[in-house]
Structures are given as C-alpha cells and as structure tokens.
Design a protein around this ligand. Structure first.
Ligand code: FEO
Ligand code: CA
Ligand code: CA
Ligand code: CA
Length: 601
C-alpha cells in the first residue's frame, strides 16, 4: 500500500508508477508547472527566448542551460524567495542546429560561457493558484557566468599554484564551471560545487613535467588534447599548454550571497579542490559550522570541514559578514570507513551479511588546517589545491561516486548518495567493501552516518547503509529493513534534501531499471523507515536534480530533457516542456497539492 491522503508515514501522497513518458508525472491530487526554463528572461531587458536566433548578449540575461541545484533563500515578508539555480553544463549539439564541433563560432562559444554558471531569480507565490511566479526583478536578479569575477579566499588564496598570466596574484578568477549540486547555508548564502571542470581544459597531454602531469592525471586532465567545446581556441586560459595553472582555479566550492546582489562571489580554498558535488552545512552544538561534501568520481572520497569560529545568529550585517567568513578558517577532513563484518562475508553480491546490516564505524582523518598540513609530503597549500592526492596518501575509503552528502537537521545524522560504480570489482579495481558492498554497482546506495554522540565536529562515527537501491524484488537490494513488497523501485540516488519532518528526499540520475528518473521520499525514523515512495517522474532523457522541499510545494530541476543517444537539435527526442515539435528545454518545475495542503507532516 503506497496510498495517499494524510498518511501515518507523514508523506501525503500516493506513489507514482515508473514510466517512460515525455512529461512530468506527479501524484494524484497534485499539479505541476514550469517555474523557469532555459532562455526565460532573468535580467531587465532580456529578450524572449528564440531558439533559432540565439546570441551571447541575450543568453547573458536569460536563464542558463542544464539547471542542476535549485535552492530558495527567503526574503522578508511572506511567500517571496530568491531562487538560486546552478547551470552545470552546455550541450552544444542540442542547443544549436548548426553546431559543427570542428568549427564552433565565437558567438556559439560565448553563448556557452553565458549559459554556464548560476541564476538568481526572485519568485513569488500566487496565493490564488498556489504557483510560484518568476519575476524579472531589477534589484535581486542576477546571472553569474563563466566570465563573472570571483574572489579566491581561504588558506590557498594567492598560492603559486593559482597564479596565471592574467592574475599574477592568484586571487581573482573569471567564472564558475560545472556547478552541480549545492546547499543554502544557515546565513542565507548558497554554496555550489564545481564538479567536472576538467572537460573545459585542453592539451593536458602536452604537459611534460612529471609532478604536474601526475596532478593533472588525478584530476582527469593528463591525456587531453582538444575539448568538445573548443573554448581553448577563443581564450588561451582553457589551454593547459599555455596556462597550466588555470585549471587549478576550478574545482572549488563557491559561495554566492543572493541577498547582497552587488557582492563578489567567492571560491573557498579551505574546503579543498576536487570534483565537488556540493556542500551542505549544519551548525554543531557548540556553534561551529560543519560542511559535508562528496567528490563525485568512482572510487573517490567523502569530506567534511569544521570551522574554527562559531556561527553568529541573526540577520544583522555584522553577523552575516562574520558568517560569510566561517568557511575560510577551519580543518578539512576525509572519511575512512571500517565494516564490522569479516571481509570474506562481503562477497560483492549485495546479500546482507549475517549480522543483518552493512554497517560499521569510521573516522575523519585531518588533512590540513590553515597553514598546517597533516599529510606527510604535502604542504598545506598542496593539500588544498591537490586534495585528492593528499586524501590518497592517508588511506581514505574509496566510495561509489559520493554525490550529495547532507546533514539531516532533525536528527543530525548525515546521509550520502552513492550514485553507482560499475567499475567496482573489475580486474584492476578495488572489489566490494562493506560500505560499498556490490561489485558492478549499477543502482547505487544511500549511506547513513551518525557522528559520535551526535556531535557533528566529532572525529569518529558509526554508519550503516539505509538503502541498497535497485529492483526491490531482487535479492541484492535493501530498503532500511522495510517490507520490500511495499516500496517504489529506485536507482542511482544523486541529490538529497530533507523536509521539515526530517524525511529524506532523493532525486535520481541515470535510472538503470529502464524507466525515467524521478524524485522519491523516504522516512528515516520509526516504523516506516526505509519505505521509499516515488513522488514524481521527469521526461525522457532527463535527470532529476535540485530538489527543494517546502511543506506545501516541491521544486525539482529537470536537467537535460531529451539527452538520449542519437538526439540532437536536428533530431530532438523530447519536446518537453513546450510540446509540439519544439526543442527540449531544461527547466525548474514546481509541484503542489491541488488543495494547497501539506505534502509532509
Ligand atoms: Fe553533476 Fe555528480 O552530478
Ligand atoms: Ca555488518
Ligand atoms: Ca548530480
Ligand atoms: Ca548527475
């Protein structure tokens, strides 16, 4: 029974069935609407979207491409927020009918730069319809692109590894790239992770210095020649042969203050450099803040940062300026997990061990704090700029693509989406471990971590797998111990969020069960713990991300609709959301109850 109404599980909806429709499907009694789509006006003077006549000047004032994270920062008064979206990447052959990857035009490349980055859009909830309406607001709306100046802060600001010919001080970078997930901080700013930035940098193959080469290799840039988008032809900073340090200026967590529209966004070096999925902050009981982070690559790591200073409550300018510096000073740690089951019993099939759980203990290994390195052979600046190599050196645990790592404000436990890892157990790769118990892990899992005594600054923790995803009828899946005949199938957990009751919401990327991706909710406490229910599905070829859960509405990003093998602008395989013969457009979608009632609680 996955029924609706006001349920005892506190989730007031009936599960949506898996499907392959080219539309957004929401539960019975719910409705949905697009809030913003690629090309919609953000800044005053932006023209209406015209697929056939795109310009860089227009795109720089319009909503960018492939929106991923979506967060709401409340404005004073009721029912008004600043909606902050990441624009992770561009897909030129879907964006331009005349795309020739051997001969991109400068205009196409500059459209690409303008379509990356972030958008800040004022949204207001219409009290009659219940729908969020996007406003072209002169004061707050903002576009951040691949050419917007960012300030580098924290212990590696000014490092020799961050200096380039355009920026000999190593303190100012143009733009942010591949912004994937993120989080809203308790002080009302947005953190956003620079993820697969390696794809923008050409000619790593021409680098000969061994140390530099090894560093490039660990970040996926050692063998590159030309890039798909050819930006290196239009700005030499994307050519590693000419500007070997420019790539070191990406791969950070950035912080944007949407409430201060003239503020310069920052890149926080104290949070380390890797393929940052995002960062999510909780205030520890002693007032220090803790940011949890994942490095989304097969066999990469989970991290946390603990600030030196304490959070100052309140919205005074003084408190906000103090809080905006909290992520500049503190200690960076990487996670090491230990299973409590004999290794021989973790056979890679995903079958539960004799003790009934994939579980164990772990510790946070310090990497660096300010100018102090804890890693032999690494200076502190090397730890911050080449964090993956430092974490390799201390024996961190290789995970199955750690995506969102997010603390639950209701129980202080931390949840990690481990999307998948089909390389686990391959001939030259690590095999199953208790925290990553399946070889050829197609469907991923969700890990729950409890810090010692519930103290988020603690150096030790216990952990267990909450979900081992896939077909509930298959023997290699686990749904928190709940009756598997009563759950929705789920595959490839990617982004996480919590509702006000502490239920975990999960969006998926790459559903390996053959149906469309979607959004799911699952209680983590009480008798319904582990009962996964699907809340919505997204159109063909799309990934579900962003999710943002209010008591009476949900936002998701519908990223890359129609991204299916063989699709292009000449042959679109989705026509969502505009229908007819239109091109697909990545969008933010809202869903709410027709009676405007509560979704949870
Ligand atoms: Fe951009 Fe890890 O997904
Ligand atoms: Ca165990
Ligand atoms: Ca993601
Ligand atoms: Ca993804």
């Amino acid at each position: 029974d996955l029924g609706g109404g006001r349920r005892r599980d506190g989730l007031n909806f009936t599960a949506v069935a898996p499907n392959q429709l080219d539309e957004v499907v929401v539960p019975e009694g719910y409705q949905q609407a697009v809030v913003m789509r690629w090309g919609d006006p953000v800044l005053p003077g932006a023209p209406a979207f015209d697929f056939d006549r795109q310009t860089a000047a227009a795109q720089a004032k319009q909503f960018g491409y492939n929106n991923d994270f979506c967060g709401l920062v409340p404005l004073p008064g009721w029912n008004r927020w600043l909606m902050v979206s990441n624009h992770e990447y561009t897909t030129e052959d879907a964006q331009f009918l005349g795309w020739d990857e051997n001969n991109p035009t400068r205009e196409q490349v500059e459209i690409g730069w303008a379509a990356h980055g972030m958008s800040v859009v004022l949204v207001e909830r219409d009290h009659r319809s219940g729908k969020l309406e996007a406003k072209v607001d002169r004061r707050y709306n903002r576009r951040i692109t691949a050419t917007t100046p960012f300030k580098i802060t924290g212990p590696a600001a000014g490092s020799k590894y961050l200096k380039t010919s355009a920026d000999p001080t190593g303190t100012t970078v143009l733009g942010t790239l591949n912004n994937c997930a993120g989080g809203v901080t308790p002080w009302g700013t947005v953190l956003s992770g620079e993820e697969n930035y390696n794809q923008y940098f050409a000619n790593g193959a021409s680098v000969t210095d061994k140390v530099t080469k090894d560093r490039l290799a660990r970040y996926g840039m050692a063998s590159g020649t030309t890039t798909t988008r050819k930006w290196e032809r239009f700005d030499k900073r994307f050519d590693l042969a000419q500007e070997p340090n420019e790539a070191n200026r990406f791969g950070w967590v950035v912080e944007v203050d949407p409430l201060d529209p003239t503020s310069t966004p920052v890149k926080h070096t104290a949070l380390g450099r890797f393929k940052h999925e995002g960062a999510n902050v909780i205030i520890a009981r002693d007032g220090r803040v803790v940011a949890y982070m994942g490095d989304d690559e097969r066999f990469d790591y989970m991290y946390k940062f603990v600030s030196d200073e304490k959070y100052k409550p309140g919205n005074s300018k003084h408190a906000r300026e103090h809080n905006k510096k909290l992520l500049d000073k503190g200690t960076l740690y990487v996670a090491q997990f230990t299973g409590d089951t004999p290794a021989a019993e973790v056979d890679g099939t995903g079958k539960l061990p004799a003790d009934g759980e994939f579980d164990g203990t772990g510790k946070w290994i310090p990497l660096a704090s300010g100018t102090r390195s804890f890693v032999p052979g690494f200076t502190a600046e090397e730890v911050y700029v080449f964090t993956r190599l430092a974490a390799d050196a201390v024996g961190a645990t290789k995970m199955d693509r750690p995506e969102d790592v997010e603390p639950n404000p209701r129980n202080r436990r931390v949840y990690a989406a481990l999307t998948n890892n089909t390389d686990r157990g391959k001939a030259d790769k690590e095999g199953a471990t208790e925290p990553n118990p399946r070889v050829r892990n197609k469907h991923g899992h969700v890990l729950e971590l409890e810090e010692r005594r519930g103290d988020n600054t603690a150096l030790e923790f216990s952990w267990k797998l909450l979900l081992v995803c896939g077909d509930p009828a298959a023997p290699d899946t686990y749904f928190g111990g709940y009756d598997k005949s009563q759950v929705s199938p789920i595959s490839c957990p990617d982004n996480l969020a919590f509702d006000s009751q502490g239920n975990l919401w999960i969006s998926t990327d790459g559903n390996a069960l053959g149906s469309n991706d979607g959004l799911f909710a699952v209680p983590v406490e009480g008798r319904y713990r582990g009962r996964v229910k699907q809340f919505l599905t997204v159109p063909r070829g799309a990934e579900t991300c962003g999710p943002w859960i209010e008591d009476d509405f949900v936002l998701v990003s519908v990223q890359h609709p129609g991204e299916i093998d063989g699709a292009s602008a000449a042959n679109p395989l989705s026509h969502w959301p505009d229908g007819g013969a239109s091109q697909p457009r990545p969008s933010v979608v809202m869903s709410w109850k027709k009676d405007k009632g509560r979704i949870c609680g």
